[in-house]
Design a binder for this molecule. Structure first.
Ligand code: NAD
Length: 252
């Protein structure tokens, strides 16, 4: 199937982890992928091209407006259009859980600059192109933690609450241009940085598994079906919503 045939998608934070899985699978559905990460996405770019897909890697810092605008400009120059934005980049996998009283103001600001300001800048930069086309799909990545109020990550969980609220507000302002924006909220996913982290704890992963209706660990690929649905015309009358994909841990 090619549900994203010839669609052009910018995926932020796609050099590795869950973002890389979205990129691989969306390329298989026919999308032309822009890997927009502060880290080098060349390896993934080569992998997608080797497998017959289209991809370019553009170094991007989502917290900086000039960097994002440059990426959007290069995308349109290379592919001639822009249909999909996945706001996946975040400070997450490298975070060390800690009591909120130990989070410094500097750590708070740094995280918000990427997780919240970054999503805002990316949306703001792509909208004019989507408005011209009278078509666009934006998928903001939040987290099931926002419904749980998970402890020890106050800045992170707060940022994901903001991302979901941003989705709702923006949907009301871009509907007349036929642009859909939705939130995808993953559960606790065994991504590369999660498993590789110093603070990864098997017993915590088991505990989260037990909170689910579907009692197994979540893998990056578990999110792909919902992502492709939200990025494709299958969801053309759906906007401002939040889809939780976590094996049934939170009910929303
Ligand atoms: N893994 C999970 O359990 C889980 C659960 C819920 C939500 N999420 C969300 O899913 C997304 C991906 O998760 P992951 O586990 O792959 O996270 P990760 O931390 O491994 O990956 C984040 C990616 O964002 C990139 N990035 C960081 N700062 C950036 C910046 N300023 N500009 C551009 N790119 C930047 C990183 O280089 C990295 O490739 C994140 O938004 C995360 O919050 C993850």
């Amino acid at each position: 199937m090619a549900r994203l045939k010839d669609k052009v998608a910018i995926i932020t934070g796609a050099a590795q982890g869950i973002g890389a899985e979205y990129a691989r699978e969306m390329a298989k559905e026919g999308a032309k992928i822009v890997i927009a990460d502060i880290d080098n996405g060349e390896k993934l770019e080569n992998e997608i091209i080797k497998n017959g897909g289209n991809a370019i890697n553009i170094a991007t810092d989502v917290s900086r407006e000039d960097s994002v605008e440059n990426t959007v400009r290069l995308t349109v120059k290379e592919y001639g259009r822009l249909d999909i934005l996945v706001n996946n980049a975040a400070i997450f996998g490298t975070l060390k859980p800690k009591p909120f009283l130990d989070i410094t103001v500097e750590e708070w600001d740094q995280l918000m600059a990427v997780n919240v300001r970054g999503a805002f800048i990316c949306i703001k930069s792509v909208i004019p192109f989507m408005q011209k086309q009278k078509y666009g799909k934006i998928i903001n990545i939040a987290s099931g933690t926002l419904f749980k109020g998970s402890p020890m990550l106050l800045h992170y969980v707060t940022s994901k609450g903001a991302v979901m609220t941003m989705t709702r507000c923006v949907s009301r302002e871009v509907g007349d241009d036929n642009i859909c924006i939705n939130t995808l909220a993953p559960g606790y996913v065994m991504s590369e940085n999660v498993i590789g982290s110093e603070s990864f704890d098997e017993s915590f992963a088991d505990f989260i598994t037990q909170t689910r209706a579907l009692k197994r660990r979540q893998l990056p690929n578990d999110l792909v079906g919902a992502m492709i649905f939200l990025a494709s015309s299958d969801s053309d009358f759906m906007t401002g919503q939040c889809v939780v994909v976590d094996g049934g841990s939170v009910n929303h």
